[in-house]
Write a protein that binds this ligand. Sequence first.
Ligand code: FEO
Length: 401
Amino acid sequence: MADAFKAVKVSDHAWWVGAIDWAVRDFHGYETNRGSTYNAYLVKSADKIVLMDTVKKPFFREMLSRISSVADPKDIDFIVSNHSEMDHSGCLPETIEAVKPDKVYASVMGQKALEEHFHLDGAITAVKDGSTLSLGDMNLTFIETRMIHWPDSMMTYLDKDQLLFSQDGFGMHLATNERFADQLPQDVLDYETAKYYANILLPFSPLIAKAIEKIKASGLKIGIIAPDHGPIWRKDPLRIVGKYAGWTQMKPTNKTVIAYDTMWGSTDMMARAIGEGAGSEGGDVKLLPLRGTHRSEVATQILDAGALIIGSPTINNQMFPTVADALTYVRGLKRMNMVGGAFGSYGWSGEAVKQIEDILMSMKVELVQEGLKAKYVPNDEDLKACRAFGEAVAGKLKGLR
Ligand code: FEO
């Protein structure tokens, strides 16, 4: 394995030495259907060699092979852990054992988290927010960015190359042989960055807005953004920062997301009639049948939505399990500023609609009207009411914009 994997040059003094996970399809509940990468980087100054993050545990040998293509791993002086989640720290103990670095640096919270994960017994040195580590002819500056993605998260700036190592921030789950965003189709980048933000970072939007302001206020010139997942941004790197700034605002748009499941086609019929109404003002409508749509796609679609409408039949006095799954997941993502409502068919009790409304209200979704129910199979009047429900949502969205 020693010569199988090579480093990729990122800038004058930095190399990508991470791993490509072509097979991963789940990242704690997020469907990663294009795989992922765990990006580690090597920085070489005239005097020092620094490893920036590590990789998920099973990929230790791949990382070591890439490092070995540009440096003897034993010559690494320092390891910087920007984020303690195990996709970036999983092989940290093995790496420390192999490299025997002089120091392993992490944020104050990172030191605590790494100790608690790996019981490293004092091996981690905490660095303060804004502090600088001299590598002789260049410097690394540490910038705490709490909750992008965990409390321990920090970014590290290499001044000589104007390079920001941004750990989870500005990343995406995308396995490719290309290492740079400008080598990849724009539609893939746009979708995967949005999906990543929606599923990983959305709940922390207020803190992310502050972190972006903090980075801007620092006056650091950013020429390259090197995240811990997916491609590196070397052309117009501030474009993705602007996208993040927009997403943190969670502004309502004219898009309505209708997520639902069905038992015998009745709730599906209601969903389609509501969708017709919701599109009547020219708005964007996305119907997501949950039997074939993963919860992480619902999250992605609500990132830039204005309305969320949820439908479920009632089964044994409960909403359908697929609907409960999606709702539980998106509730945790804390998407604000949406209107919406609930609907569903039923046979004899019909509790699901009320259960959905309760969850939507707990998410601070403004209910446009009382939920719609149709007994067994919706008749013409029921479907007319469904269309009117959709129209009411469209009208509400028009008023909000
Ligand atoms: Fe890529 Fe929060 O770990």
